[in-house]
Structure formats: C-alpha cells, structure tokens
Design a protein around this ligand. Structure first.
Ligand code: G6P
Length: 303
C-alpha cells in the first residue's frame, strides 16, 4: 500500500527472508473493544482506538529467528555436509553422530511441532492510534514477547506525508548524521548538507537521530513536526520519476506530492526476551512554518 502509515514489522525492506517490510502491514488486525484507558495526563480531547495483531502459526514459521532447529535443518539441507558424513561407515564418533542427526532429521521432517521453535515463541502487538482535538496524531506500538523464546525485530512507521511539491520541501534534524544509502547497497555516508532537500530519488536510513524532526513545506508554509521515542533511525524515501513508473500501485506523477519520513528501528534490531515489552511512539503535528522555524533548533536534541 502506498499511502497512510503502513507498519513495517518484524522486518524492514528486504533485509531478511520475509516479504518486503514484514507481514504486519498485510494482516487483518482486530479492534480491542475494551482497551486500557489513556494516561490521565494525556487524555484531554483525545479520541483513540487500539488495534491488535496476533501472529498466525504461518507467520511464526516464516519468521527466521530459529535457534537449534533452524540451524540443524539448514545443515541437513546443505548439499555437501550430509554426503560427506555418510562416507564414513566406521563406527566412530562421526558415524554415531550421523545416526543421531539422521534420527533428529526424520523427526524434524515428520513433525512440525516437535523441534521447531515457533511453538515456543509468540508476540502480541498493540497499536494505539489517538487523535487530539487540535489534530495531533499519536501512534504507539507495544510489542510484547508472550512466550518462552527471545526474538529480534526491526520496525518502521512508514509515514507518507502529503506535500505541495517535492522540490519545495526540506527536512531539518538529520544534518551531520550518518546514513545507510539503499541506492548504494546500504553503504554508509555522512549527511553534509544543512538540511535534506530533493532533486532525485532518495532512499536512506539515517542513524541515531534526534527525537524531533521537522519537514518544512515552503509552498504551503506549513511544517510537519515529527516527535518520536524508542525509534532511533529515520527512513527518508522518495521514489522520483523513474521508480514511480515501475510501481503498479503508484501514479507516475505522485512522487511530487509525497515524502516518506519514518521513525524506525533498523540498524540495531530490538531483542525481546520472554515477558519483555517494547514501545515505539511517534507524534505528528502540523504547524505554520513561521511558528516552527525558530524554536526547532533547540527542540532537535530532545523530545
Ligand atoms: O513499495 P513498498 O514495499 O511499500 O516500499 C516502499 C519503499 O519503502 C522504504 O522507503 C524502502 O527504503 C524503499 O526501498 C521502498 O521502495
């Protein structure tokens, strides 16, 4: 889906064996009819909804965070290792091992349940979307490990901002940061400019960014202020002309009126041990540019 705020989880992009950006954005979420209340300090004039995602057996099977069994299975399917072991017919340690491994292999083949990790591993994802009476949008993701195995994940709020014209916007708050450039096989560079501006395709992950980023739209004289927490990285993406033409669900000219600026966790995936919960929060507000340009400099370093 090219628009809105798709949730990229548990993988970002194609850095892994899951579908692009993970399975969360393609799932049917359920509405929690009885959500916990908003924090009393934070409830004034806010409407909110809680959405829940619980993984299917299939999701967990596809998620490659296996430990023992994943390792064993990949060895067994290795084209060289198994034949090499069978060549040794003597009853020595190696052939004993071979018998033992073969038994395990048969068990693994005949039972999805017995040796695979997914049975012991699961999560619950609670997404709270709240809208204040002055138009601020807050999205909070809580991901909890609800079973006996640790797992790692990456995450992004793939936020499509609606802008007047891509050549009229600039992003402040990312200057001097290192970034991974997806257009150069994720090579690491350092941002040299005072602000990020656009003259061609951009597909980058800025690393260890401050918690406040501003996207200034000069033509509309308005600024998106993105405040985030728990999300150290920022994805900046505009496909520009050539890539837009290759995207089936995206108009050839639509790149001119959109810009993705995503709060994300990509460089260092989050490890979640049994019982632990991770929270990633983003707040989007739109203010007149004149109001925002002065104080932002001081806001850049904190939330
Ligand atoms: O087309 P999608 O799967 O939604 O991905 C859209 C874009 O998402 C991110 O910004 C990635 O960094 C890009 O490489 C990708 O093209």
């Amino acid at each position: 889906m090219q628009g809105g705020i798709p949730i990229c989880f548990p993988q970002f992009g194609n850095c892994g064996s899951l579908e692009q950006h993970g399975f969360a954005r393609n799932k049917i979420w359920t509405i929690d009819d009885n959500p916990p209340p908003l924090h009393t300090n934070d409830s004034k004039g806010k409407a909110y909804i809680d959405l829940l995602l619980k993984p299917s057996e299939e999701d967990l099977k596809c998620w490659p965070h296996w430990t023992a069994c994943g390792l064993l299975s990949s060895r067994w399917s290795h084209p060289v290792l198994s034949p090499a072991l069978t060549m040794h017919a003597d009853i020595d340690l190696r052939s004993c091992l071979h018998v033992w491994w073969s038994v395990l292999y048969l068990l693994c083949q005949n039972s999805d349940v017995l040796l695979t990790d997914h049975v012991l591993f699961s999560f619950e994802f609670r997404l709270r979307v709240s809208l204040s009476s002055d138009g601020d949008l807050t999205i909070i993701s809580r991901i909890r490990n609800i079973n006996g195995k640790p797992f790692n994940f990456s995450f992004a709020y793939h936020t499509y901002l609606s802008i007047s014209d891509i050549s009229e916007v600039r992003i402040e708050g990312l200057e001097t940061l290192d970034y991974l450039d997806n257009l150069y096989q994720r090579e690491r560079f350092t941002e040299q400019d005072d602000a990020v501006t656009f003259e061609s395709e951009v597909d980058r992950v800025y690393l260890s960014s401050p918690n406040v980023i501003a996207v200034l739209d000069h033509e509309r004289k308005r600024t998106f202020v993105i405040r985030k927490d728990g999300l150290p990285d920022v994805v900046v993406w505009n496909p520009w002309e050539k890539k837009s033409k290759t995207m089936v669900d995206f108009g050839d000219e639509e790149y001119k009126q959109m810009l993705c600026v995503d709060g994300a966790v990509i460089e260092r995936p989050i490890p979640l041990r049994p019982g632990e919960e991770w929270t990633g929060r983003v707040e989007l507000s739109v203010v007149p540019s004149s109001y925002c340009s002065e104080p932002l400099d001081s806001q850049h370093r904190g939330l």
